[in-house]
Ligand binder design. Structure first.
Ligand code: NAI
Length: 253
């Protein structure tokens, strides 16, 4: 069955838009009639590579930089939607995790999400309408060993989204989080274990081997996640706020 979504006349901001889930979300919103996108990433080349038919403003910057957001707040008049999505991964058990690595992942995944969410809310509150999706992770729900910094940052952003939902429902703004399981994106390429598996077996086989651990038997595509995010952003989810939607092929079962 084909569902139709109508984002015509609307604007949206997406962080982490140069790659993976963020880029797929930009394409999904473009395909579903969005009028204008604000695309944010620290990877300018990735942003440049996105070819979309809607009006697009691309900004290269660090989501954890408050000054970047102050500048952007002066540029954006109003927003209807936001996807708070930029993130990085880090590995290592707590006993051996360097404080610097802990700080780096909190900086991007938590501070960056807070600053993005705050800007999005400030641009939605005057019109008293809007919807936001925050990209969390199943690792924020299930305590997976070896990724304490990442998992903790994702548990925190899911909670941040729920508090924002409680604060803003009366203002007509919905905030939900999505908790993906494994998705085949570039984020995996930053991990040492994954890079070693890729060198040994090839990237497709390395992703395939990890996907076999989920009941579905494979990782999701970024496009599948973009569809979930698009649904939560859309008016079809008008009664849904403060939820953390797990999209993991059964990994947490
Ligand atoms: P990705 O690596 O393809 O995309 C992440 C994007 O965020 C990149 O374009 C990167 O340049 C950007 N970014 C990173 N730090 C930034 C910063 N400080 N400022 C601005 N941009 C920054 O990875 P993916 O998978 O698309 O990640 C999107 C979100 O999904 C992340 O929050 C990630 O933690 C989350 N996620 C991903 C899963 C996966 O298996 N791929 C599973 C669960 C959650």
């Amino acid at each position: 069955m084909a569902y139709t979504f109508d984002f015509s006349g609307r604007s949206a901001l997406i962080t982490g838009a140069a790659s993976g889930i963020g880029a797929a979300s930009a394409r999904w919103l473009d395909d579903n009639g969005i009028e204008k996108l604000w695309l944010i990433d620290r990877n300018g080349e990735g942003l440049d590579a996105l070819d979309l038919s809607c009006a697009v403003e691309k900004r290269c910057g660090d989501v954890a930089d408050e000054t970047f957001w102050s500048g952007l707040e002066e540029e954006i008049d109003a927003l209807d939607h936001a996807v708070v999505n930029a993130g990085i991964a880090t590995g290592g058990e707590i006993a051996t995790l360097a404080f610097d690595d802990w700080r780096k992942v909190m900086d991007v995944n938590l501070d960056g999400a807070f600053l993005t969410l705050r800007t999005a809310l400030r641009k939605m509150l005057p019109a008293a309408r809007g919807s936001i999706v925050v990209t969390a992770s199943v690792t924020g729900l299930k305590p997976v060993p070896g990724i304490g910094g990442y998992g903790t940052s994702k548990a925190a952003v899911a909670h941040l989204a729920r508090i924002a939902a409680a604060e803003n429902a009366r203002h007509g703004i919905r905030i939900n989080a999505i908790a993906p399981g494994g998705v085949d994106t570039a984020i995996w390429d930053s991990g040492e274990d994954f890079r070693a598996a890729t060198r040994k077996y090839g990237r497709e086989a390395a992703i395939g081997a990890m996907g076999k651990d989920t009941p579905r038997g494979r990782f999701a595509t970024p496009e599948e996640l973009a569809g979930d995010i698009g649904f939560l952003l859309s008016d079809m989810a008008a009664n849904v706020t403060g939820t953390v939607l797990t999209s993991d092929g059964g990994y947490t079962l």
